[in-house]
Design a protein around this ligand. Sequence first.
Ligand code: SAM
Length: 267
Amino acid sequence: MSVLPASPRSTASFSSFSEFSGSPPKLASDTLALLESFLSSKAEEEKRFDDLAAQAAARVASLALNVHIEEPDPPMMSVDEYRLAFGEDWQLSQFWYSTAFATRLAKSVRAICTPESKVAFMCCPTAFVAFQHVNPLEGARLLEFDERFRVLAPNKFIHYDLNEPDVFPENLRESFDVIVIDPPFLNEATNKGVIQTILQIIKPNDGKLILLTAPSIERILHALYDKPPIGPLRLTALEPEHRELANEFSCWGSWDGAQDFGKGVVA
Ligand SMILES: C[S@@+](CC[C@H](N)C(=O)[O-])C[C@H]1O[C@@H](n2cnc3c(N)ncnc32)[C@H](O)[C@@H]1O
């Protein structure tokens, strides 16, 4: 049996330990002042956050009350405001992009559009919000499972479930110039569902696909997406960034020259 050396902490005698009992330890006055100033700025920061979150929630509630399909959509909120109002639901694999990345993506997508372009944002609400906030297009649509996002743009929201890949409004068939997609789960079944839809709604000759997902499933991606009229997929210059997700992510484009997509674009 080995004998452990006495821990430095155990060298104090009972009598020296008992000297501390009774009166609590005191901080030096300058340390105390520093601690008080830290705690008060933290409390102010939390109050600012709570106020902003309450304002964003109130705005979403008032949007919900005013949903009239025949009226134009309200101006799009900012990504920061959206993030305060819409928490991530991890059951639905929701991990929002950082504001800087969502803005870079929005500007990069806008750079390959004309004012008449029809753009589908599939399973990527933050990207849709950033795009419509920065430089909105009438032809933008959000295809999403989570109905919470309908209030953001009632005329542009389309309920979409990748488990029912053939269910979508008939007027979307072969209509999109650009499709941006971030599939919720990193597996073959998910990607089979979404590509089945994409092949039916993208413009068959010159439609562009932008796919954001994890390089860990790259083999599955090439097997499913590299077939005409979509592929081959090219790795783009854009490097996706999330707020709460550390997984490595990449971005692919389906057209000649997609390698330069996002190059030099700043938020
Ligand atoms: C990985 S997240 C991508 C979000 C993206 N990072 C963003 O910030 O916009 C995937 C999205 O797929 C949606 N989703 C989950 N289950 C779905 C389903 N069965 N069909 C279609 N979309 C689904 C989630 O609601 C979520 O918005």
